[in-house]
Design a protein. Structure first.
Length: 457
């Protein structure tokens, strides 16, 4: 009689459930690698290994997922051969996640948090996770989690009476935030407007300006993260092995030159870098340094609000992952970057400036809404996180704000509908920052002065 052990493999932010059937059979044998790892782990844990077993697997798995099945195979083999050591009935009510090592330890695999959250929605009530994932305990309410450091530890906990989980340790007090260096008022207003309306921002900064504090500034002016936001961000960063604790602040991802399309996208079983800036800020480098296919992918993913990750290049099958982020990027007005800025004198010729501006990637420039000047003296850390204005979307601007007659007259002068809608959205964000329900003439004027269409090219 085969013993059933359920496990799962990652797929985007979801999980494919896999059923592993193990039968004690002197003729059959499992795949060579799994048999070797399983027997070594059983021997190191002090369990019998002088028996053969046959393994059948059904569900969403590939050759790359074989290592993540070893723990389920080891538990099933032991239950099939010696039910007194581990009961098949106990295995029937749990789902196991983790990678079994040769010394009998249970190792972490990327995607544990996302898989457990997805399995919870599928009705799974009890999950075995590696001990290294203990930091996820506060995030996994609604599911019983058994954290095990080794194969023997997992069997011991399975064969004992269910017990209440260990109390969550109290959160350590947060350090007092450091007061930020003051920003130029015009720049501070632009960052607040970008945070309020989710506007993508070009920063006209002189060479050598550190833009990371400005990106953190935008995140600090956004509203506090909800519990669902913390789960979404933490799950994404855990897939990328970029965190070992819940992420409670809005992330900032600086995207370097040289990155290719597939490093950005990844695969459904291991998504790429664009997974990380969700609900945060994506900070780009000089726009000319990105390959055309990377620029096209960035623009499509940000404007559509999702990542479409195919199973393989050219495949129509894949996974879709939500993406909501604010994009910041530097913009120079000439090759040397000093045109229009105090400091060293710009020595670029008119022909060089014309060529530089002609070569700017228009496909990616069209993503941005605003352009703002960054003073050369702008430095300092980001401000402490605090509640900010409620984010707006284009569909919610009209019902939330009323327009004064003078502002309406000014908008009527714009004949292009797309430009007028863009000005209205920006003006609504300015009014939101000022905590007003009315869009005034000064809000429209500010939007006209900073709209990208008036400043680039």
């Amino acid at each position: 009689m085969p013993v059933l052990v359920e496990t799962a493999t990652p797929y985007g932010l979801t999980a494919h459930r896999v059923r592993v059937y193990v039968t004690a059979n002197p003729v059959g044998r499992p795949p060579a690698r799994s048999g070797d790892v399983v027997r070594t782990a059983l021997r190191e844990a002090g369990y019998p290994t002088a028996f053969a077993f046959f393994v059948e697997v059904s569900g969403g798995h590939t050759r790359q997922d074989v290592a993540s099945l070893d723990l389920a195979i080891a538990l099933g083999a032991l239950a099939a051969h010696a039910p007194g050591i581990v009961s098949p009935h106990a295995l029937a009510r749990v789902l196991v996640l983790g990678c079994l090592t040769r010394d009998g330890a249970i190792a972490h695999i990327p995607g544990l948090l996302a898989m457990t959250l997805a399995l919870r929605t599928q009705g799974v009530t009890t999950v075995i996770l590696p001990r290294t994932a203990d930091w996820m305990r506060p995030l996994l309410d609604g599911v019983t989690v058994v954290f095990a450091a080794s194969l023997r530890d997992a069997i011991t906990q399975l064969m004992t009476e269910p017990r209440l989980p260990d109390p969550t340790p109290p959160a350590s007090p947060r350090a007092a935030p450091v007061a930020p260096a003051p920003l130029d008022p015009a720049l501070d207003l632009a960052l607040r407007v970008a945070a309020a309306g989710g506007h993508h921002l070009l920063l006209a900064a002189p060479p050598g300006t550190d833009l990371r504090p400005l990106a953190d500034h935008v995140g600090a002016h956004q509203p506090p993260l909800s519990r669902d936001d913390i789960l979404a961000i933490s799950a994404r960063h855990e897939i990328a092995a970029a965190c070992h604790a819940p992420v409670r602040t809005r992330p900032t991802l600086a995207l370097p030159h040289g990155i290719d399309r597939w490093a950005l996208l990844g695969t459904p079983r291991r998504p790429g870098h664009l997974l990380l800036p969700h609900l945060g800020v994506l900070l780009l480098d000089d726009l000319r340094g990105y390959a055309p296919d990377v620029r096209s992918l960035l623009r499509a993913s940000v404007t559509q609000g999702r990542l479409d990750i195919p199973d393989a290049p050219g495949s129509l099958d894949g996974v879709t992952i939500p993406l909501t982020t604010i994009v910041l990027a530097p913009l120079s007005s000439c090759p040397c970057g000093y045109d229009g800025h105090p400091g060293p004198r710009c020595r670029c010729t008119a022909a060089a400036i014309a060529t530089y501006r002609r070569d700017l990637p228009r496909d990616l420039l069209s993503l941005f809404d605003l352009v703002v000047e960054v003073p050369r003296t702008t430095t300092g850390p980001a401000p402490p996180t605090r509640p900010g204005p409620r984010p707006l979307t284009p569909r919610r601007v009209a019902p939330l704000f009323r327009v004064t007659p003078s502002a309406r007259e000014r908008l009527a002068l714009l004949t292009d509908i797309a430009t007028r809608d863009g000005i209205l959205r920006i003006a609504a964000s300015v009014a939101d920052v000022a905590d007003r329900d009315w869009i005034l003439d000064v809000d429209v004027e500010w939007a006209l002065r900073h709209l990208r269409l008036d400043r680039v090219g």
